[in-house]
Design a binder for this molecule. Structure first.
Ligand code: TXA
Ligand code: MG
Length: 316
């Protein structure tokens, strides 16, 4: 049952390269995979899961060499990878310049969570696809994470192809760690215990303070915080920058339009990149047009609300 059929893997890899979703088994839970460099493909993860916000996603790679193309590894980070990969450990590391990942994959952060799954089918798929794969658990938002292919098929009513690798060994998601200088900080408890990491590394593993900027950014009120303040659901005033949506009147100031045609998918794809661009222009305030609260609009508004929320840390 868990023997990978080469033709199934080749078919799945072709779908992924074409920007489609494929669910695949890992040692933790089944993942809903998409090409992490293709913004549209990653957006379909959110649409398919019905996930109302854009959390940064874990990016799966076949080995350390592939991971090093995407992120910067300190000697300590490399030692963690060499010790625990393949395995249920995700490492949050600074993005390497030229990484090529879609902004939406990292939710606009300058770091990325990477892991090498310990599952022959997942590894065969990653090698055949030759793309890093973003993959959250393959369940509709708010439901239990799936540990069997049937649960994935049922959850998405057969709409997503599933590679069947039998039941997952671990059944809970990977442990997420980050490396802060010479310190190890756990951002999410998971299938690899803190004690095991401490034993192998000879270092204590701290738990990220609740609400710390670095911990599970999807959960924080103020998450992607631009330097500029945001005014939502409004029109721009002189001196402000404008993040428009839909047909926009002329404005004498720096402007980006999320989607002139009012397409929420296009708007979601542009969101983080345009916020970065407007922020880089050095304005103090960005006015944001109203975004309808339908479809992906829910996730866009969630992110905008977080970006506009009072800051409890210094934005960078
Ligand atoms: O076991 C697993 O890790 C499963 C299987 C499918 O591999 N995948 C999984 O992925 O749970 P995902 O994408 O749902 O995990 C997302 C979480 C975020 O909510 C956040 O807590 C953390 O990973 N994360 C991702 N990128 C991050 C970053 N740059 N900084 C801090 N945390 C990050
Ligand atoms: Mg999940």
């Amino acid at each position: 049952m868990t023997t990978p059929d080469p033709q199934d893997i080749a078919d799945a890899a072709a779908l992924l390269r074409a920007g489609r979703l494929v669910a695949f088994p890992t040692e933790t839970v089944y993942g809903l995979g998409a090409d992490a460099k293709n913004a549209d493909a990653v957006l379909s993860i959110y649409e398919t899961k019905g996930r109302p916000r854009f959390n940064p996603l874990i990016v799966h790679v076949p080995d350390l060499a592939a991971a090093e193309q995407l992120a910067l590894f300190s000697p300590l980070a490399r030692k963690l990878a060499e010790t625990f990969w393949p395995g249920p450990l995700s490492l949050v590391l600074p993005l390497r310049p030229g990484h090529g990942l879609a902004d939406i994959t990292t939710a606009g952060l300058d770091s990325v969570a990477l892991r090498v799954p310990d599952h022959p089918l997942a590894l065969a798929l990653l090698r055949a696809t030759e793309r890093p794969l973003a993959a959250p658990s393959a369940n509709p938002s708010g439901r239990l994470s799936p540990t069997r292919a049937e649960q994935v098929r049922r959850g998405f009513a057969g709409a997503v192809p599933v590679l069947d690798g039998g039941p997952c060994k671990a059944g809970v998601e990977s442990t997420i760690l980050t490396v802060d200088g010479e310190k190890l900080v756990q951002l999410r408890a998971g299938a690899l215990s803190r004690a095991e990491i401490e034993r192998a590394m000879g270092l204590p593993v701290e738990q990220a303070a609740k609400g710390a900027a670095i911990a599970a950014p999807g959960m924080l009120l103020s998450h992607y915080a631009p330097n500029a303040g945001l005014r939502l659901d409004t029109e721009p005033r002189p001196g402000e920058a404008w993040l428009a949506f839909g047909p926009a009147a002329p404005f004498d100031g720096i402007t980006r339009n999320l989607s002139e045609s009012g397409d929420l998918h296009e708007a979601a794809r542009n969101l983080f990149a345009m916020l970065h661009e407007l922020d880089a222009a050095g304005v103090t305030t960005i006015a944001v047009s109203p975004i309808p609260e339908t479809g992906l609009g829910e996730a866009i508004n969630d992110r905008l609300n977080r970006a506009a929320a009072p800051r409890d840390f210094n934005p960078q």
